[in-house]
Design a binder for this molecule. Structure first.
Ligand code: ZN
Length: 418
């Protein structure tokens, strides 16, 4: 099942050194083809069942949609009445362009530097195994905590989470978990620092329909669809340019602090010599939580009104929740998280996640969630070719979670919890 302990490439510098079993487990998990469009979720379920047996912790399977199972492994606390800590990870990964990879994207090859290549090595199979190994170590050390720790393994994050976390969050089984605080995925950081995400931008996908007078392609027809389309495109792309300018000229802004706009589809027309009666254009927008969404939609309405008569729009996706998680020192969860990191001499960079993860559903339910993948000194390669994680960084992450769980699962009960 596993490639030989030093990897198919020979292992170089690690040759002869016995591989840490946590690394072997990570590499084994990377080999499961839970890749879209047809993820092998059965393989993941089998794997997790084995983990639950190894850890001696009960597992629950909740089929939230046909063929879409959320798995929960639970370590019950000594005070199970108080709120729990949720460690969430998704089991699916995005497709690969194998021809652009140095190695088979599902072979989990480890090179001479200890870099482990594989789809999901950053997003987010590493985190899944780090959670598991941290729990394994804490259990082996005989630790117990007041708060219950749940590990949730969810499908379909990479296709929007609709048949995964979005459905699960409204499921009675989720309510039963009695979650007080959640950890979910973050991003690598190429520097010494670790990035933590306390909010996400809101994805809005919009299609704008521009109707116009049809006619023969040889004439100056008035009020054409294309003229309206051009004004719409100009308004959106002018706004795009101004946001890009804001990002480029501010030292303290990251992508998560500005609105991105991208024109992603254009439709319309039937023939070269026929002026069409309609054309439409679609945009992908990502809006930071600091933007007033009502005002932003008024702006879109104004652009449509300025561009001509009869223009309408429709949203394919319009996420409206703007909850962010507190990063004030007075917040007990954040305090536990950040003080543990500080004690380990870790530098944290607080950011708004530029894209979308399952955290948005957790925060929309009113629960605090921090997006965190302990991968510093690592290039951001999620969804990219040759995604890898160094085994040293991976192993350090287990220690980080071990320490984090020690404090998070021991946060004193808050008002109303007991
Ligand atoms: Zn992910």
């Amino acid at each position: 099942m596993l490639p030989d302990q030093d990897g198919p490439s020979g292992g170089g510098g690690t040759q002869g050194v016995k591989e840490d079993p946590a690394v072997s487990l990570f590499r084994e998990y990377l080999q499961l083809k839970t890749v879209h469009p047809e993820p092998d979720y059965d393989a993941a379920l089998k794997f997790l069942t084995r983990i639950s047996e190894e850890l001696g912790l009960p597992m629950k399977k909740i089929e939230v949609c046909p063929g879409r199972v959320v798995t929960i492994i639970t370590w019950t606390g000594t005070n199970p009445a108080v709120k729990s800590v949720l460690l969430n990870s998704h089991t699916d990964v995005v497709p690969v362009y194998q021809e652009h990879w140095k190695y088979d994207a599902f072979a989990a090859v480890k090179d001479a530097e200890g870099n482990i290549y594989g789809r999901g090595s950053q997003d987010m199979k590493s985190v899944t195994i780090q959670y598991i190994e941290a729990i394994r170590r804490l259990k082996a050390a005989g630790k117990r905590f007041p708060r219950t720790i749940h590990l949730s393994f969810v499908p379909d994050e990479e296709v929007g989470g609709h048949k995964g976390m979005e459905t699960f969050i409204n499921h009675p089984e989720f309510q039963k978990l009695n979650v007080g605080f959640a950890l979910d995925e973050g991003l690598a950081n190429p520097t010494e620092a670790f990035t933590v995400f306390y909010g996400e931008r809101n994805p809005w996908w919009i299609t704008i329909r521009c109707p116009g007078s049809p006619g023969h392609g040889s004439r100056f027809v008035e009020n054409t669809a294309a003229e309206k389309l051009r004004r719409i495109i100009n308004s959106f792309l002018d706004f795009r340019a101004s946001e890009k300018q804001r990002l480029d000229t501010s030292e303290c802004f990251t992508l998560g602090d500005v609105t991105t706009v991208n024109m992603t589809m254009v439709n319309g027309g039937v023939a070269y010599n026929v002026i069409p009666a309609e054309m439409d254009v679609s945009f992908d927008m990502r809006i930071p939580p600091t933007v007033n969404l009502q005002e932003f939609e008024e702006q879109i309405k104004a652009w449509c009104a300025e561009a001509g008569e009869g223009i309408t729009y429709k949203f394919a996706q319009k996420f409206m929740h703007q909850n962010t998680t507190s990063t004030e020192d007075s917040d007990p969860w954040w305090n536990a998280f950040s003080s543990t990191c500080k004690a380990m001499n870790m530098t944290l960079q607080k950011e708004i996640f530029p894209a979308a993860t399952d955290s948005r559903f957790i925060r929309a339910a009113g629960l605090p969630a921090i997006g965190f993948s302990p991968m510093n000194c690592t290039p951001i390669l999620l969804h990219d070719h040759n995604e890898f994680l160094n085994e040293g960084v991976f192993l350090r992450g287990i220690t980080v979670y071990e320490r984090l769980l020690l404090t998070l699962a021991s946060v004193a009960p808050q008002k109303g919890e007991e």
